[in-house]
Design a protein around this ligand. Structure first.
Ligand SMILES: [Zn+2]
Length: 153
């Protein structure tokens, strides 16, 4: 199941964020936040809640760091990978990753996930960038075609 576009900014970059107790899907462009669900419901639960919700939730205050901001920084300094770990005054940790290519994107996300594990974040908050997810879906689709062709020969 893929997240629906953000109803506020139409972005497709929707990722799971939260604490070790509650999790919500958050638009990485405008930071609109879907309904929170208990972490036991996992990313799928948060995703279902996000997809069900149409217009009710509001963009959140700027308490999250959007990937677009990291992208702008990466562009300015010609970075291929950028991994930001930050803690704000409320002691909330942030992990934001950026990769210029699909491969770099995956590598940066992997490193970000290691950071999250080291901090004890649940696996449901581990991210797979949408570009990597799309690529993996495409690989699966091609594999199915290759398998079907191999059978028919
Ligand atoms: Zn948005």
């Amino acid at each position: 199941m893929n997240p629906k576009k953000c109803p506020w900014c139409q972005s497709e970059k929707i990722m799971a964020e939260g604490t070790d107790k509650r999790i919500a899907m958050v638009c990485q462009k405008c930071l609109a936040r879907g309904p929170e669900v208990p972490v036991s419901m996992g990313r799928e639960g948060a995703l279902r809640a996000w997809n069900k919700h149409k217009t009710k939730f509001k963009p959140s205050r700027r308490s999250r760091i959007a990937i677009d901001e990291l992208r702008q920084l990466a562009k300015r300094y010609q970075l291929t990978h950028a991994i930001l770990f930050a803690t704000d005054y409320r002691k909330v940790s942030h992990v934001v990753t950026f990769g210029r290519t699909v491969v770099a994107c995956g590598e940066a996300a992997d490193f970000g996930n290691k950071l999250k594990t080291a901090m004890g974040w649940p696996a449901s908050l581990h991210s797979q960038p949408s570009r990597v997810r799309r690529l993996q879906a495409e690989i699966e689709r091609l594999k199915a075609i290759v398998t079907a062709n191999a059978r028919s020969v």
